[in-house]
Design a protein around this ligand. Structure first.
Ligand code: ASP
Length: 581
């Protein structure tokens, strides 16, 4: 028998028992008369003791064990004199009587400990060693629990998990597709799904009513930090539902996960319109763990000969409470922050509301204290507060204020990763105008339904049409998004026209869906959650890579298996592909 117990389960109650354990040598300490070894497996660490006096040959063997050797030992459980309260097995040790080396190990390229000395690339190259580290393993255990709890919850409320195909068809809408050449259909390609969107809608036409799937999706996008070319969604769709039904169902899932995985009770989720999110937070993913909302002073601040303000479309700012004592240096740093090219503000105006009630600003030349008082009232500021104000083009200023607000939130410790503030952002615009290509794009995707009361605007002012679309946002991160779908062929066709598709193109690419709508399609809608991101949020990390067993690096490479990689000429010939490099 290779083991009677695992390395995480023995305790004082097992004292005197003969046990067999197997695992990896985490660490060994040779104290002359005694050799101690920490034996590790998935479940924990158990201390082994080899005694020179009672069994010299065995002790000699133990001294030769290197880190990460795989061994099996038999011995007696004994109470430890030197207890380690940090380990569940910290009260006992095993007095070893028999040692078997199951496999040796080269010296690992980095230390297999919580705080490793291994850099990112090295850890990715030897991911199987990185995965031995307890914190990385814990991340994947969390992911497992999230998946199981999701399946339990969805199953309990009548959803069925259906697999949809991975080899599908390329469509130009959305991100770039990964394509796969077809050997049997010369010159033709499959594409990997960016999401199972059309298939889940077809499952609704088929009458499945409630579908979900924990599913891999693929997007060939330029990799921004912490994006993965393949990622996982909890993908869902329901029939005969309104937006409210969907929000309630998935509010339930969200609360279930928080409760069962994190032990955190979440109250009902607030709902905020897209318009309000932009107005008060400058962002459609507001972090509502803290207030500091954007206040506008355009009306009162104009007309005082301060050109920057007079020329501005929007003058607005935030109130950093209790920050009036910020030093010149701190304010300069904030000014540099907003002037960085990624943020692009022209400058930063501040007003100190001093403890003694006086107001002092960086634009005192133009504004009397009485004028500043009016601003302070709009900001709901009190003595001790600091107003930070930006001005310019409205949407740019809002974006910059959003960044400044998040930065101040960080500086003031208002973004505690142990606090969770989920909300729904609703009423997204249906379309987004793109200046460069001079056309509308679907803000969510082309299958999203306009709000019925806005449908008439499609002909007159498409940019104003709101969608029955919603996002789940938690702590400033978009965790999920979905919509009520179009289920009428003519409306779907019209949508494609607005998006610049010719009738032929729309038919060629999405004819299958529009045809299906002619065979009794029920009203339906759904949502998809970014599962990797959800896991990282639950795990209190910013990095989704830490929650994926075998992730790709920032250039989309798997450095462990060294992929992507060239293929043999014969493979290309078989596919009738010619490289043109
Ligand atoms: N398929 C959509 C997405 O991947 C989600 C949805 O609308 O259900 O974002």
């Amino acid at each position: 028998m290779l083991r009677t117990h695992n390395c995480g389960e023995l305790n004082i109650a097992h004292t005197g028992k003969t046990v067999t354990l197997s695992g990896w040598v985490q660490r060994s300490r040779d104290l002359g008369g005694m050799t101690f070894i920490d034996l590790r497996d998935r479940y924990g660490i158990t201390q082994l003791v080899f005694n020179m006096e009672t069994n010299a040959p065995l002790c000699e063997d133990a001294r030769k064990l290197g880190r990460e050797f795989v061994i099996s030992v038999t011995g007696t459980v004994a109470e430890r004199s030197n207890k380690n309260p940090k380990l569940t097995t910290g009260e006992i040790e095993i007095i070893v009587e028999k040692l078997e080396i199951l496999n040796s190990s080269k010296i690992p390229p980095f230390t297999i400990e919580e705080n490793t000395d291994g850099g990112d690339e090295l850890r990715m190259k030897y991911r199987y060693l990185d995965l031995r580290r307890s914190n990385v393993r814990d991340n994947l255990m969390l992911r497992h629990r999230m998946a199981i709890e999701t399946r339990n919850y969805m199953n309990n409320i009548g959803f069925i998990e259906v697999e949809t195909p991975v080899l599908i068809k390329s469509t130009p809408e959305g991100a770039r597709d990964f394509v796969v050449p077809s050997r049997m259909n010369e010159g033709q390609f499959y594409a990997l799904p960016q999401s199972p969107q059309t298939f889940k809608q077809l499952l609704m036409v088929a009458g499945f009513d409630k579908y979900f799937q924990i599913v891999k999706c693929f997007r060939d996008e330029d990799l921004r930090a912490d994006r993965q070319p393949e990622f996982t969604q909890i993908d869902c769709e329901m029939s005969f539902v309104t937006q409210d039904d969907i929000l309630e169902t998935f509010e339930g899932l969200t609360r279930h996960l928080f409760n069962n995985v994190k032990g955190v009770e979440i109250e009902s989720l607030p709902r905020m319109t897209f318009a309000d999110a932009m107005k008060y937070y400058g962002n459609d993913k507001p972090d509502i763990r803290f207030g500091m909302t954007i206040k506008e002073i355009t009306e009162v601040a104009k007309g005082h000969d301060f050109k920057v303000f007079d020329d501005a479309e929007l003058i607005a700012g935030i109130n950093a409470e209790n920050c009036a004592a910020y030093t010149r240096k701190q304010l300069d740093a904030l000014t540099d922050f907003v002037k960085r090219p990624q943020i692009g503000a022209g400058g930063l105006i501040y007003v100190r509301y001093n403890e003694d009630g006086t107001l002092k600003s960086s634009v005192d030349k133009f504004y009397s204290e009485d004028e500043l008082k009016k601003w302070a009232a709009i900001f709901e500021a009190k003595p001790g507060d600091l107003l930070l104000i930006l001005a310019g083009n409205a949407s740019k200023t809002r974006k910059a204020l959003s960044e400044l607000r998040l930065e101040m939130g960080n500086q003031l410790g208002l973004r505690n990763p142990d606090v969770f503030a989920p909300l729904w952002v609703v009423d997204f615009p249906l379309l987004e105008w793109d200046e460069e290509t001079q056309r509308y794009y679907a803000m969510h995707h082309p299958f999203t339904s306009p709000k019925p009361e806005d449908i008439a605007l499609l002909d007159t002012d498409p940019g104003k049409v709101r969608a029955n679309a919603y996002d789940l946002v938690i702590n400033g991160v978009e965790i999920g998004g979905g919509s009520i779908r179009i289920y009428n062929k003519d409306l779907q066709k019209k949508m494609f026209t607005i998006l610049g598709f010719s009738d032929e193109d729309a038919q060629a690419q999405f004819g299958f869906l529009m045809n299906a709508f002619e065979y009794g399609a029920p009203p339906h809608g759904g949502i998809a959650f970014g599962f990797d991101r959800m896991c990282s949020l639950f795990g209190g990390s910013d990095s989704i890579r830490d929650f994926i067993a075998f992730p790709k690096n920032n250039s989309g490479r798997d450095v462990m298996i060294d992929s992507p990689a060239p293929v043999k000429q014969e493979q290309l010939d078989e596919l009738k592909l010619k490289l043109n490099l």
